[in-house]
Design a protein around this ligand. Structure first.
Ligand code: NCD
Length: 358
């Protein structure tokens, strides 16, 4: 059985295969309309969502399957104090596959410790969002025709934006991808992604503080919302909330063939006047999310009886002398087995949230 909690759980080849399957689904909708007949997807959403939950639901419906679950953890036994592991054990009795979103980092990975059905991470805290990554890869493929030889600008909240973290991890495996990080000091990309992902894979990156200075170089501009809910300090949020706004004037500096992506929801970082620009791909991106989730569900259900291991690429270390300092990590919120992995530079990182161990 295979799960998807991190984009690197899939090899590059498997990732390309899921994107290709999504393209085939788009071209031959009828062919897939009963592929999941009799199967059930559970959506366990402990954190707000519109697109992700509804696109999972629509994806399973279009495959001829059914959907159950909750979108408000307060209406479930979670409000009585049930752990993620117990909830997943229970839901595994009713569903064939589970999509989980959680504000606690590593919760979906903790679920895989006990689950008898595949788990899909639909976003965990500010850590990862691998199905948005598949959505983004399909969108870039459809907009530009290739995933190699790209310059992609990430703009906004690169610190808390889980979609950014996951997409960079995935893109690091393609040839000649250069990333431009556009963020204020407070919202810079976490160091572990720069070192363990970019440096390790030889992915070129640079950091700048304005969109204008790099706009004409970009093939993709990936805009993000400042993640208000992740700030501990409201004043800090107020200082950075309007840091970057994309408008028609800035679009005029861009290449003719480029695409603007945004995982949505947007707040004020893209003005409405940009929507009519043919390069504004963010609403097409939403629909791609449904198709790629259809492809993912098909593959994970096919792999249920496959004994091949997850593509983690690193060994798990259990060491009682190590601790994860992240208070928002599942290993500090619930009684789960503490696990670490040896990362770049001989550093141990928490397996659930990638924070450097103490
Ligand atoms: C993103 C998320 O939830 O991380 N949205 C999404 O899944 N499409 C981005 C965001 O909330 O800003």
């Amino acid at each position: 059985m295979r799960h998807l909690t991190d984009p690197t759980d899939l090899t590059r080849k498997e990732t390309d295969d899921i994107v290709a399957l999504a393209l085939d689904i788009i071209a031959n909708r009828e062919k897939y309309s009963e592929v999941c007949k009799g199967k059930k997807l559970a959506t366990l959403f402990y954190e707000p969502s519109t697109r992700t939950r509804l696109s999972f639901t629509a994806a399973m419906m279009e495959l001829g399957g059914n959907v159950l679950g909750f979108s408000d953890a307060n209406s479930s036994s979670v409000s009585k104090g049930e752990t993620v592991e117990d909830t997943v054990r229970v839901v595994g009795c009713f569903a064939d596959i589970i999509a989980m979103r959680h504000h606690i980092e590593g919760a979906p990975l903790a679920a895989t410790n006990v689950s008898r059905v595949p788990i899909i991470n639909a976003g965990d805290g500010s850590h990862a969002h691998p199905t948005q990554t598949l959505t983004d890869l399909l969108t870039i493929t459809r907009e530009l025709g290739h995933l190699d030889n790209l310059t992609i600008g990430f703009c906004g909240d690169l610190r808390f934006g889980r979609t950014v973290h996951s997409l960079i991890k995935a893109l690091a495996r393609y040839e000649n991808v250069k990333i431009v990080l556009i963020a204020p000091d407070e919202l810079r990309l976490p160091d572990y992604i720069k070192h363990d992902i970019c440096d390790k894979n030889g992915m070129e990156y640079c950091e700048v503080t304005s969109i204008e200075e790099v706009m004409d170089e970009l093939d993709i501009l990936y805009m993000t919302r400042v993640q208000k809910e992740r700030f501990l300090d409201e004043e800090e949020f107020d200082r950075v909330k309007d840091c970057f706004v994309l408008d028609a004037e800035k679009m005029a500096l861009a290449k003719e063939k480029m695409a603007v992506l945004h995982p949505l929801p947007r707040v004020n970082e893209i003005l409405k006047e940009v929507d009519a620009d043919p390069r504004a791909a963010y609403f097409r991106q939403v629909e791609n999310g449904k198709f790629v989730r259809m492809a993912l569900i098909c593959r994970l259900l096919e792999w249920v009886n496959d004994d091949s291991k997850q593509n983690k690429g690193h060994d798990v270390v259990e060491n009682d002398d190590l601790a994860c300092p992240n208070r928002k990590c599942i290993c500090n919120c619930e009684n789960v087995e503490k696990k670490f992995h040896l990362a770049e530079g001989g550093v141990y990182r928490c397996l659930y949230c990638d924070t450097k161990a103490k």
